[in-house]
Design a protein around this ligand. Structure first.
Ligand code: SAM
Length: 241
């Protein structure tokens, strides 16, 4: 097994091109943010990955991003020249400034595998928002929606690059952590290579997300059907005490 989001950074956008409509995601994020804070101008994406959603968000906001993976950031920098993109971890990042909005999309929050790290991440989000600032978090699968033993598959590419991906999954720690192994076969003109990455993701209910956001200083709501339907959490940061 390799470190996650290392080799897969190169094929990430290809695999998700037919799965996620990033333009539509950006439009929906803009509407949600403007509904809570009409004058929002600055935006930070936590766990920005390859910058796929920051790219269309640039039309509406002054965008910034950070991610744990240098390989994902390398791809993001090719699409977002001039944008401040930094290495960082959700649980302890310190940007040195505040934003009008923070977004954390496509289940990246799932990499928080226990309630303490979830609370720490939400605490860092609150510390980086102005009062009245908006956080939008798209959750990972809820415990009731996760199917242990589920085998998934995706294939994408053209005559220069093909990726075929198969996933297996199960639960650990009494159902509190899900494991997803992603096996990749990548075909290039030089030949075919194989690698696998293991993803450990925390299983939180909607109430646990809302509670953790409220404890971190947000007025928070659960929107079950937004984006991929995994549960999205919208919070507005309370005034400074
Ligand atoms: C599923 S990708 C989502 C990327 C991007 N948000 C998108 O919508 O395409 C998950 C991302 O979370 C990042 N990540 C995982 N754990 C993290 C952490 N503790 N802090 C920051 N980024 C993290 C990974 O490196 C990866 O880029």
């Amino acid at each position: 097994m390799q470190e996650r989001y290392t080799s897969s950074a190169e094929t990430y956008d290809l695999i998700y091109a037919d799965v996620i409509d990033y333009e539509a995601t950006a439009r929906q994020l803009t509407e949600l943010i403007r509904a809570c804070k009409p004058d929002a101008r600055t935006l930070l994406e936590a766990a920005c990955g390859t910058g796929a959603v920051l790219e269309p968000l640039q039309a509406e906001f002054d965008v910034h991003g950070f991610d744990l993976s240098d390989d994902m950031l390398r791809v993001a920098r090719t699409k977002l020249p001039g944008v401040d993109l930094r290495p960082g971890d959700m649980v302890d990042f310190d940007w040195g400034g505040r934003f009008d909005a923070i977004v954390c999309m496509f289940s990246s929050i799932g990499y928080m595998t226990d309630y303490d790290s979830l609370g720490a991440a939400y605490g860092r989000f609150a510390a980086h928002l102005v009062p009245g600032g908006v956080v939008i978090v798209e959750g990972w699968l809820k415990p009731a929606a996760f199917i242990p033993g589920f085998v998934g598959g995706n294939a994408a590419g053209d005559e220069r690059l093909q990726v075929h991906r198969v996933s297996t999954s199960w639960l650990e720690e009494g159902g509190r952590v899900s494991i997803v192994d992603l096996h990749h076969l990548v075909g290039r003109p030089e030949g075919v290579s194989y690698f696998a990455e293991r993803h450990r993701m925390g299983m939180f209910t909607a109430d646990e997300h809302v509670q953790a956001l409220e404890s971190a200083g947000f007025e928070a709501e659960h929107h079950p059907d937004l984006f991929m339907g995994r549960g999205t959490y919208v919070g507005v940061r309370r005034e400074d005490p």
